[in-house]
Write a new protein. Structure first.
Length: 360
């Protein structure tokens, strides 16, 4: 989550300016789903959902590892060349406080003071009671310490409590928005980010519905998940993903956005509609001939102030790996903010020839 303003082409030589260099999508493959990205001391770090993959620590294919990683971590100097460094839970083992067989999904990492705090979902398909947990570290690469459960779906009163997103508001308070196809909700966290402000009972009784429809209703068309918040020019922008995430090349995932003057809303789309409803939100990026199932994004700025969206998608030109449902590669595209709402060029993922981010 952005708290402060925040195979591809060959890497440009030192004599080649970043303004002249170009890149291609995907920037990391074959697998890197539900990405989160942060910057720290001139390097970029990306985190993803637990998965099987071909993990590349360098450009040497002989060094690749093909196995399962619990929250894989990548590092980059320029946002387009990424290398596998380690897995956050490699030495910790999988958290045991959730449903038996649950996996670590959708990590969101923020720096709070001198501590890096990871919010993660612990869930599995059809999980009756998924929840949100916390891990901490003194460096983006770890070592990480699992701090355990923040809450489960039952405890907080929100069905399918996954996909945490944490940000600091202009009021100085720390907020979390989370949820899935039963509504996105928001609460305030303590200033260190390690607990719910006022405690669990207070948070349960005072949580705010931010997008979608009330969690007590039956499954509906207001299917939003993967929230992400950016503050820009007086507005909080709420990015959400909608559609089916994980049906391979039949996936309909795409990214929408609404905005608000307040951290927990109400958020409105480009037609002035409250995001608490069906089919709301301005389109940011959607399927193209090259990539489908595009979604679950993060947003970051380069050193020239350009905004980029990082997200996963299925490459329609690639073969299936580890089963069709798991091949979600890492994509990056520049965001155009010339209108009231951000969007990628043509509202689709770029394939090739895009200028690389400016990194000084």
């Amino acid at each position: 989550m952005l708290i402060a303003g925040l195979g591809s082409c060959g890497k440009p030589s030192a004599s080649q300016s970043s303004e002249d260099a170009v890149y291609s999508n995907p920037v990391y493959s074959p697998v890197f789903a539900d990405p989160c990205v942060i910057e720290y001391e001139g390097k970029y770090y990306a985190y993803a959902t637990e998965d099987y993959g071909e993990w590349k620590p360098s450009d040497d294919p002989l060094e690749n590892e093909s196995n399962k990683k619990i929250v894989p971590i990548l590092e980059s100097d320029d946002l387009v060349h990424w290398y596998f460094k380690n897995a956050a839970f490699a030495s910790l083992g999988k958290p045991s406080w959730g449903t038996i067989g649950a996996n670590v999904w959708a990590p969101d990492v923020v720096q709070i003071g001198d501590t890096f705090v990871m919010y993660y979902a612990l869930s599995t398909w059809g999980d009756p009671d998924p929840g949100i947990g916390i891990a901490t570290a003194e460096h983006p690469l770890g070592p990480w310490t699992d701090q355990g459960k923040l809450f489960t779906s039952t405890e907080i009163g929100v069905n399918n409590s996954i996909d945490p997103a944490v940000f600091r508001g202009q009021d100085g308070k720390l907020y979390m928005i989370w949820g899935s196809f039963r509504g996105l909700y928001g609460v305030e966290l303590t200033d260190d980010g390690l607990a719910l402000q006022g405690g669990l009972e207070y948070a349960r009784d005072n949580k705010t519905l931010v997008a979608g429809l009330d969690t007590s209703q039956a499954f509906n068309l207001a299917t939003y998940e993967a929230p992400y918040i950016v503050y820009k020019d007086g507005y909080y922008y709420l990015f959400v993903s909608s559609g089916s995430c994980c049906e391979g090349k039949s996936s309909t995932y795409h990214v929408r956005v609404g905005r608000s003057e307040n951290p927990l809303g109400p958020y409105y789309d480009d037609q002035g509609r409250d995001m608490k409803g069906e089919n709301r939100g301005a389109i940011v990026v959607q399927a193209s001939e090259d990539f489908v199932g595009v979604g679950h994004n993060a947003v970051i700025q380069d050193d020239a102030g350009n905004w980029y969206i990082l997200y996963h998608g299925y490459d329609t030109q690639e073969y299936e790996t580890f089963g069709n449902t798991n091949r979600r590669s890492l994509l990056i595209d520049k965001l155009d903010w010339s209108g009231d709402f951000p969007e990628t060029e043509g509202k689709v993922a770029g394939r090739s020839g895009m200028p690389v981010p400016v990194i000084r």
